[in-house]
Every structure is written in C-alpha cells, then in structure tokens.
Design a protein around this ligand. Structure first.
Ligand SMILES: C[S@@+](CC[C@H](N)C(=O)[O-])C[C@H]1O[C@@H](n2cnc3c(N)ncnc32)[C@H](O)[C@@H]1O
Length: 254
C-alpha cells in the first residue's frame, strides 16, 4: 500500500464529507459532476462496477441501489468506514476494501465499469493510476474519471495544504499566513495535474479510447469558473493486458 499524501485530510473530513465540509464549493462541485456522470451512465449497460477512490461511497451506494454489483476501494479507512455504515444502513451488499488506485487488488478485466470520481488530482502518478483502472476493466467496458478541473489544480498546485485546528478542518486552501496566525496544523492536500491532456494521454496510453471530455463551468462568486472535468472512455476491444503483477510486486509499486 502506498501511503497517500491526503490521508490526514480525509481522516478529518470523513465524518463531515457528505455535508461538503473542507471547501465551500465541494458539495456544489460534486452535485454538478454527478448530473453529468449519471447522464453518461444512462446510455451504457454494465453490471460489475469498481468505484475507485470511493470515499464515503457516493457512487458505490447509488449504483448498488440500482442493482449493480459494486466494489469500492479507497486509501482512507475513515472514509471507508462512512461508506460501510451507509451501505449497511441501506441493507446494501457492497465490498469496500482499503487499497490504492495505484495497486488495485482485483484481477485483470474484472469490471464493466470503472469510475474514479474527484480523486486523481491527489495522485501524483496519474498515468500509473489510469493504467491500473484500465487493467481491471473488461474490453469494451467503460471508464469514467472526474476531477477538479486541471485549471484549478494548476492554481492550487502540489504544495497546497489544508489547515486543521482542534480536530476540525478550518480552511482548505494554502492560506499559509492565515494558518500560521491561527496556529493551525497544516497538512498536505496536493493538487497535481494542471493539464487536461495529461488525463487524455494517460487514458489513451492505457489502451482506452476517450469518448468525451466534458468541462463543466460553474457560477461562483467571481463569475463563471472551471468546475468538474468529466472524462468518459471505453477500453478498446483488442488490448493485450500485461499479466497482473503479483500482489507483493503491486504493493511495492505504490
Ligand atoms: C474528494 S474524495 C472523492 C470521494 C468519492 N469518489 C466522491 O466522489 O465522493 C477523494 C478520495 O480519494 C481518495 N484517494 C486519494 N488518493 C487515493 C489513492 N491513491 N487510492 C485510492 N483512494 C485515494 C481519498 O482518500 C478520498 O476518499
């Protein structure tokens, strides 16, 4: 298991993530993104789904409610605990496992749909993560990746930090002077990818065809700003999948 730069932040966020704590626009962003993702899903057929970086199980729960067989993975145990609690309250049978998108524990070609929502911004090795997501996808299966738009990621950057005080996430967003003045603990919350092409090229290199890259602007205080980027792709029918590395080798790849 690779240790993830953002684990501390999500440990604090987990209990309040579904209320949108952490960033004022995060709930709006997820709401807008979800409309796009659900509209894409209406036009494809699938049964076995991997919700990669499932968080509190936003898509895992929704898709299981639609009768799909869903597996959710995430590096954050506190986020997974929320997801498990939701699934159990709703009587849904979803397998949640602690695992990184860089080393998914599933066999090659296990799923018809892989969804990775609002997470890859935090994963430095984007190409490695996408390769792994495509590896577990069946040929002809679909991949949906959404993320905070790269233009926003570029503004925030890999050194972005969140500030924590008395166990609460006060500000998410690199206001280091303010965080120092308030004597907050600063924890990494990197946003790594500043270019849409990084996503598109990673998907192509992994053996999938990009069907759409949807850039959804959002009205925010300053006017119309980039919101989520949603990429819809399909694994090519004739991809030679490299033999899966052994679990040990995959875990050390992190
Ligand atoms: C903004 S949340 C999104 C959660 C969920 N996909 C959603 O859209 O509501 C980002 C999630 O990515 C997870 N994450 C970050 N890096 C990861 C990695 N390398 N492998 C798996 N999960 C990761 C975090 O733990 C967190 O739960």
């Amino acid at each position: 298991m690779d240790t993830n730069d953002t684990e501390q932040v999500y440990a604090y966020l987990a209990a309040r993530y579904d209320e949108g704590e952490g960033h004022p626009t995060s709930r709006d962003l997820a709401g807008v993104e979800e409309i796009v993702v659900l509209s894409l899903l209406r036009n494809i057929s699938f049964h076995d789904v991997l919700d990669a970086a499932t968080g509190t199980g936003r898509y895992a729960v929704r898709l299981a409610q639609m009768g799909k067989h869903v597996v959710g993975i995430d590096v954050s145990e506190p986020m997974l605990a929320q997801a498990r609690a939701k699934a159990s309250q709703l009587g849904l049978d979803i397998e949640f496992r602690r695992a990184s998108v860089l080393a998914a524990p599933q066999a090659d070609e296990s799923f018809d749909l892989v969804i990775c929502a609002l997470a890859l911004a935090h994963v430095k090795d984007l190409a490695g993560a996408v390769r792994e997501l495509v590896r577990v996808l069946r040929c002809g299966g679909h991949l949906i990746i959404s993320d905070l738009h790269p233009n926003i990621q570029k503004l925030w950057g890999p050194d972005w930090t969140a500030a924590i005080k008395d166990g609460r996430l006060l500000i998410s967003g690199g206001e280091k002077d303010m965080a120092n003045a308030w004597q907050c603990q600063q924890v990494p919350f990197p946003q790594y990818h500043g270019d849409v092409n990084e996503y598109l090229e990673s998907i192509k290199a992994a053996g999938a065809e990009v069907l759409a890259a949807i850039d959804v602007p959002m009205e925010q205080g300053l006017g119309l700003l980039p919101g989520p980027l949603v990429i819809f792709a399909r694994k090519s029918e004739h991809v030679t999948v490299e033999p899966a590395a052994s679990a040990d080798a995959r875990n050390s790849r992190g």
